[in-house]
Design a protein around this ligand. Structure first.
Ligand code: AMP
Ligand code: ZN
Length: 149
């Protein structure tokens, strides 16, 4: 099989990508929005009512490989949908998150943005333990990361 038929991430054949199958209509999904570039579906195992996923129709594994302009369009769509969903479903808050790589919690290696409505007492936990670096440690990281792009 030619290289283009594999995701770069862990050489998963694209034919095995569940989101590519959803986009191709080979497995069902609850689609809530679609245009030429993106399909937005309800998560099959949602955190709660309205948990949705924005999928690019082209296979791209993660944020490290997506065209930044496409990532921008995906986030513009997230912003539009977030406001519209809020009106209809009546929630007030939302997490928008996007996992890249297994350590970061990615389980489907096709870029996707999670839209996660938040409601008081919903029990959803998006958190980490804050650390307390010294000013020198902060400055050392700043020096490494400044002017990268
Ligand atoms: P992540 O862990 O960021 O890779 O998120 C993958 C998401 O895909 C999870 O929230 C799953 O619940 C969701 N998921 C897995 N299979 C399906 C499916 N067949 N249809 C819709 N969502 C799915
Ligand atoms: Zn895919």
């Amino acid at each position: 099989m030619i290289e283009e038929n594999y995701t770069k991430e862990r050489k998963i054949p694209m034919s095995d990508c569940i989101f590519c199958k959803i986009i191709a209509g080979e497995i069902p999904s609850a689609t809530i929005y679609e245009n030429d570039e993106f399909k937005v579906i309800l998560d099959r195992f949602p955190s709660g009512e309205g948990h949705a996923l924005i999928l690019p129709k082209n296979h791209v594994p993660n944020v490290f490989e997506i065209d930044p302009a496409q990532a921008g369009r995906a986030y513009a769509l997230a912003a539009k949908l977030a406001s519209a969903m809020k009106e209809v479903l009546g929630f007030t808050d939302m997490n928008i998150l996007q996992n890249n790589g297994p350590i970061a919690g990615q389980t489907v290696f096709h870029f996707h943005i999670h839209l996660i409505p938040r409601r008081e007492g919903d029990g959803i936990n998006v958190t980490w333990t804050p650390t307390e670096p010294t000013d020198e440690q902060i400055a050392a990281v700043q020096a490494k990361l400044t002017n990268l792009i």
